[in-house]
Ligand binder design. Structure first.
Ligand code: PEP
Length: 258
């Protein structure tokens, strides 16, 4: 099955509202008809304004996290309904910074993911190991546990009909300039696809887009997405300027059209 390639930008807590609009405008102009999916995940404060800008463009919008609660006394939180009313299609769930800094556990991530799917938001589930875990040969068991716990209670039909995206983001590669080698990333992506096939179905395994994240740049995107199980990238630092993000998108598209 040919899966669409996706390049998603996680802006984290960067850019003012005005800077975010300028960045979006530059990307709209640079990619009027992209041959891959482009998803922008700006801060919450930018979502509505950016949604108006991208209305007639193929660029899609995502959030960086969300609450598992529907509404109520949860000061500072943002619900799935709020994201939908800002025209979000995607939401990143379980980013390592949420896991490490905000102590999100696999159970929280499972609840958020379940809520997102029930609200027709496509989750981008992030999983990844620390350097210590990799050095101790624990990578695959850590990832298996994150997948098992993250997807707990969700049926094959629900996942097939609502679509999920999974991003493999080795923690040691995020924001460090140290990218996983294409072979290291492919090994993990193949493992994730085999997990989906054995725990759910071959159909789900074949349709699910698997992104790599961790110091992706124009210089390394092509070698990564040449690998059969890498369907795109989740980009942090290099998504913050139109020049660097566009160069990654162009690199990905060149590989696809080769
Ligand atoms: C990320 O935080 O999701 C990420 C991949 O960051 P960077 O590209 O900066 O490593």
């Amino acid at each position: 099955m040919k899966r669409p390639q996706m390049i998603a930008g996680n802006w984290k807590m960067n850019t003012t509202y005005e800077e975010g609009l300028l960045l979006t405008e530059a990307l709209i102009n640079a990619h009027p008809d992209p041959l891959c999916e482009i998803v922008l995940c700006p801060p919450f404060t930018h979502l509505f304004g950016i949604s108006s800008l991208i209305k007639t463009s193929p660029i899609k919008l995502g959030a960086q996290t969300m609450s598992q609660e529907k509404n109520g006394a949860f000061t500072g939180e943002i619900s799935a309904d709020m994201l939908k009313s800002c025209h979000c299609k995607f939401v990143i769930i379980g980013h390592s910074e949420r896991r490490q800094i905000y102590q999100e556990k696999n159970t929280d991530i499972n609840q958020k993911l379940t809520t997102s799917i029930h609200n027709q938001l496509t989750p981008i589930l992030c999983i990844g190991e620390t350097l210590e875990e990799r050095n101790n040969q624990q990578t695959l068991s850590i990832l298996q546990n994150q997948l098992k716990e993250g997807l707990k209670g969700l049926s094959n039909d629900l996942l097939i009909n609502n679509q999920i995206v999974i991003a493999y983001e080795p923690i040691w590669a995020i924001g460090t300039g140290k990218v996983a080698t294409p072979d290291q990333a492919q090994e993990v992506h193949q493992f994730i696809r085999n997990f989906l096939s054995s725990q759910f179905s071959d159909q789900l395994a074949q349709q699910t887009q698997l992104l790599y994240g961790g110091s992706v740049k124009a210089e390394n995107i092509q070698a990564l997405i040449e690998k059969p199980d890498i369907d795109g990238a989740l980009v942090g630092g290099a998504s913050l300027t139109a020049a660097s993000f566009s160069a990654i998108i162009n690199g990905a598209v060149q590989t696809l059209t080769r």
